[in-house]
Design a protein around this ligand. Structure first.
Ligand SMILES: Cc1ncc(COP(=O)(O)O)c(C=O)c1O
Length: 306
C-alpha cells in the first residue's frame, strides 16, 4: 500500500501540503473543547488504472452538508479538495489508504456559538489501511449495546460530526471491554439503529433489508453502494425498520462502512448466526470489485488522479 518509504508524513492543511509534525493545534481550539468539527472517511484502493478513490464526490458532498449544518464555512470547493486528496496520497507515496478530511472551528474565544467569528481549519490526513478496520477475521462478534443511539432530535444522524462520536466511543469501549468486536445500538424507539461506525443489513429468505435516516443512522455511502450492487444482481432490497427480533430471525447479518467494508456478523452476544452466508459473500465480492474499479456497471464510482 505504501509504494516507497517516505521519511516524513505530509498532510494538506489550510490550503497547502505541510509536514504533519508542523501542523499545530492551538490550546483554545474550539473543536478540541467541544467536538465542533466534521469529517469524512474515504478509501483509496489500488486498481488496474492506478490509485482510485471510491465515491470521492459523494463523500465530499456529505462533508459540505455536514459542515453547513454546524455553520462551518469550508473556504474550498470540491475540486480543490479532490486535488488536495490526490496530492496528499502522492506526497506520502500511498497507492491506497484511508483518507480523513476534517473541517473544524479553530481558536477564538470560548463561545459555544462560534460560527460568525471563528476561523475554520481544513485538514486532509491519511493513514495506511488495508482490508477491514474490524480485522482480518471472517466476521465479527457483536453485542447489543446498553448505550442508546443518539436521537436525531438531539444531534442529526446524517451529519458526520466529531462530537457525535462520543456516543459511538461509549458503545465501542463497553463492547470491547466485554470481549466483543463491535456494538449494535438501538434507537430511542427500541429499533435497531447501526454499529458504532457501520450500517447494518439483515438477510432473510434471500432478501435484504437495511434502514435509513428515520432510524437515526448515518446514511452510509457503503450502504448505498451495497444496495445498488445487490439490485444490480437481482437481489431484492427493502429500506425500512429493523427490530431486534429481526436480528435473531435473520439468515445472515452484515455491517457496512468505508473502514469496515462488508463484514459478516458471526454472533450477537451468545447467539450464533447460521454459518452459511451466500448473500453476504456475493456482496463482499461485488464490493471488492466495485472499489477496485472492476465493475463496469459502477465504473463511475472510482475517481483517478488527473
Ligand atoms: C455511525 C456510522 N454509521 C455508518 C457509517 C458508514 O458510512 P460510510 O459507508 O459512508 O463509511 C459510518 C462510517 O463513517 C459511521 O460512522
Amino acid at each position: 500500500m505504501i509504494a516507497r518509504a517516505i521519511a516524513r508524513e505530509r498532510m494538506w492543511f489550510d490550503g497547502a501540503l505541510a509536514d504533519a509534525d508542523e501542523i499545530a493545534v492551538r490550546p483554545f481550539t474550539h473543536a478540541l473543547h467541544y467536538g465542533s468539527g466534521v469529517f469524512e472517511g474515504i478509501r483509496a484502493y489500488e486498481t488496474s488504472r492506478g490509485t482510485g478513490v471510491f465515491r470521492l464526490r459523494d463523500h465530499l458532498k456529505r462533508f459540505f452538508v455536514s459542515a453547513e449544518v454546524y455553520g462551518l464555512n469550508i473556504p474550498y470547493d470540491i475540486k480543490t479538495l479532490t486535488t488536495a486528496i490526490f496530492d496528499t496520497l502522492q506526497a506520502n507515496g500511498f497507492t491506497s489508504g484511508y483518507i480523513r478530511p476534517l473541517a473544524y472551528f479553530g481558536e477564538k474565544g470560548i463561545s459555544l456559538a462560534p460560527a460568525f467569528n471563528c476561523p475554520t481549519h481544513v485538514l486532509v490526513a491519511l493513514k495506511p489501511l488495508s482490508g477491514s478496520l474490524l480485522g482480518e477475521a471472517e466476521g465479527v462478534r457483536v453485542t447489543m449495546s446498553p448505550w442508546q443511539k443518539t436521537s436525531s432530535r438531539s444531534m442529526p444522524s446524517t451529519v458526520k460530526a466529531c462530537g457525535h462520536y462520543m456516543n459511538s466511543i461509549l458503545a465501542l469501549q463497553d463492547a470491547q471491554r466485554r470481549g466483543f468486536d463491535e456494538a449494535i445500538l438501538l434507537n430511542d424507539r427500541g429499533d435497531v439503529a447501526e454499529g458504532t461506525g457501520e450500517n447494518i443489513f439483515v438477510v432473510k429468505n434471500g432478501r435484504l433489508r437495511t434502514n435509513d435516516a428515520s432510524a437515526d443512522v448515518l446514511e452510509g455511502i457503503t450502504q448505498d453502494s451495497v444496495v445498488q450492487l445487490a439490485r444490480d444482481r437481482g437481489i431484492d432490497v427493502e429500506i425500512g425498520r429493523i427490530t431486534p427480533a429481526d436480528l435473531f430471525e435473520a439468515d445472515e447479518i452484515f455491517l457496512t462502512g468505508t473502514a469496515a467494508e462488508v463484514m459478516p456478523i458471526l454472533r450477537i452476544d451468545d447467539y450464533a448466526l447460521p454459518s452459511a452466508r451466500p448473500v453476504t459473500t456475493q456482496l463482499q465480492h461485488a464490493y471488492v470489485q466495485a472499489v477496485r474499479g472492476a465493475d463496469p456497471r459502477r465504473a463511475d464510482w472510482v475517481e483517478y488522479a488527473r
